[in-house]
Design a protein around this ligand. Sequence first.
Ligand code: SAM
Length: 340
Amino acid sequence: MPFIGRESKVVIQNKMLEFIDKLNKVNGRKNIFYETTKYKKIPPLGKYVVDYIISHQQEIIEYINSTEEFQTKKFIRKVVEYSTDKIIATLFNLNQYAEINDEIINKINALYYNFVNEVFNKLRLNQAINLEWINILVIEHQVRLREILGEIDELKIFSKDKKYLDPIPCSEYSAVFQLEILNINVEKICEPVLDVGCGSSAKLVHYLRAQGIKAYGIDRSIEKKSSYLIETDWFEFKMKPNYWGTIISHLSFTNHFKRNHFKKNGNHIIYARRYMDLLNSLKLGGSFFYTPDLAFIEQFLTSDLYDINKKKINNEKLSLMKRKNNMNIYSVQINKLNNN
Ligand SMILES: C[S@@+](CC[C@H](N)C(=O)[O-])C[C@H]1O[C@@H](n2cnc3c(N)ncnc32)[C@H](O)[C@@H]1O
C-alpha cells in the first residue's frame, strides 16, 4: 500500500467534505420520517453514503496508513462538526420555525462521531470494508438519526406518507421593502440600531451602514460575520438595558413568537420574556419596529411607559411577503416613553 503525501491527503479530505455538501443537497427535501415497508432493507435517506465509502475506501485506507493517529482523529472531528453544521442548516431550510437545542445538537454530534469513527477504525484494522457491514451501519445510523430528529417539535408537522417534503420557506427581503413595511424613516432613525433575525445576508443592516448609520444585526445564520453582524441565537444575545435607539424585527422574532403563542405546547413563555428584554433594552425615546404584530401581548403594555402605533399591511404588500391576502397583519412601532 503506497504512502501518500500532504497534497494527496488534502485532496482526500476535501473530497469527503464536498461529499457531505452533496449529500445534504441530495437529501435536503427527503422525508426521513417517510414510512415504507421496504425500510428494513433500504436506508431511509438512500445509499449514497454506502456507495461513497465502498468506492472511496482505497483512498481512505491510504490516508489512514499515511497519517499520524492524532491527525486522523483531528480530521474525524472536523468531518463530524461539518456534518452536524450541515444537517442543522438543512433542517432550518426545511422549516424555519425548527428550534434545535444544545441537547439535540450534542446527540447528532455524538451519532456522527460514532459513525465516522467506526468506519475509520474498521478501515484501519481490516484494511477493507464489506458491503453488508457498511449497509447495516448506515441503516442503524439513519434510523437513530430519525429518532433524534423526531424529538424536534416543528418537524412533527411533516406527514409520514410523503417521500419528499414541502419546506416552510424563509425568505429575505430588500432593505427598501422592509423600511416601507415597517414605516421607518431613515432620516429620523435613532441609533444604535439592532436588527433581530436580520437574515443571513443582512440586507437592511448593510443598507443602513452604507448611509453612515450605526447598525448591527444578529441571526442564527450569517453569511459574512463581522463586528456588526453576529451569528447567534436571539435568545442568547446579551441585551443591554437602555442601550438601543432602534430595534427591528421584520418577519423574524415576532413571527416566531406569534407561531409559538398559537401553537399547542409552544415556547411562548421564553418568547414573552425575550420580548420584554427587547423593550427593556431600548433607551428612552427609542423604538421597536416589527411585523407581524402581537396583539395578545401588546395589550398588556402600559401607556405611561409605551406608545404603540399600528398600521395594517395592505394586500398587495402581503402577497409580496408571501402571506395570505385575507390575513390582518400589522406593522408596529413601540416608542419607549419612560423606564419602569
Ligand atoms: C424570514 S427571515 C427574515 C430575514 C430578514 N429580517 C428579512 O426580512 O429579510 C427570518 C430570519 O430569522 C432567523 N432566525 C430564526 N430563528 C432564529 C433564532 N432563534 N435566532 C436568531 N435568528 C433566528 C432566520 O435565520 C432568518 O434569517
